[in-house]
Design a protein around this ligand. Sequence first.
Ligand code: GLU
Length: 265
Amino acid sequence: MERLAGAKRIVVKVGTSTLTYETGLVNIRRIEQLVKVLSDLANSGREIIFVTSGAISVGAGKLRLAQKPKDTPGRQAAAAVGQSELMHLYDNLFTSYNHNVAQVLLTKDVVDDELRRKNVVNTFNRLLGYRAIPIVNENDTVAVDELEGDHFGDNDTLSAVVATLVDADVLVILSDFDGLFDDNPRKNKDAKLIPTVARVDSYIESVAKGSGSSRGTGGMATKIQAAKILEAAGIDMAIIRGSSPELLYDLTEGKHVGTFFDFRN
Ligand code: GLU
């Protein structure tokens, strides 16, 4: 993990359950802390690409729906409301630290197509060249869950794909937990944190049983899917606790926090 002290291009992924309360409304304090840390890291010369979830949940909260819609038009409508609310918030907060943000909404068909993928890569690189902070989500308003293969489905996978597109030094996933455990820490109090993963083998896959909350999509299974993509690409990954955004400072100082997926070895 000492290597991360030298990480220049960092993709940070944050999920719905870190960004929102049970009510579905945004956790303003958490988002403010996170934006402050990311702005500071950008000030220190790092390139930050921020992958955010929360569009559907924040949209449903803003529309005062009792719960997240389950049908496709409902989810897509909620995402349209929530995405602009999220960007409004991020834009205001990052601007207060003198950073420009850029909204990048991706769909799977775009990155699966060679030419369109190349255009996305060029745009990312130009944004980073302009020192703007790309804020990425799936374009939920047009991505249809029902079509297999047409949809990233979860932002853990999306963030791993983004890390490969920008050839990041590391993907940092902010989680509900301190990292990857050898058993589900919600159910087993004796579950132990796995500090380092050198290879995604059948043991690692077996400990990553689904543990998502009702607001988020992920859980550890999708994080391990993300890890597989990065292992193939030789890009490091870390899972750290999202409720303490300051841990990003420790990580970028090369201290060991959470679970480190050591894929450049
Ligand atoms: N793109 C979805 C949203 O913004 C979230 C997907 C995920 O939770 O991984 O609501």
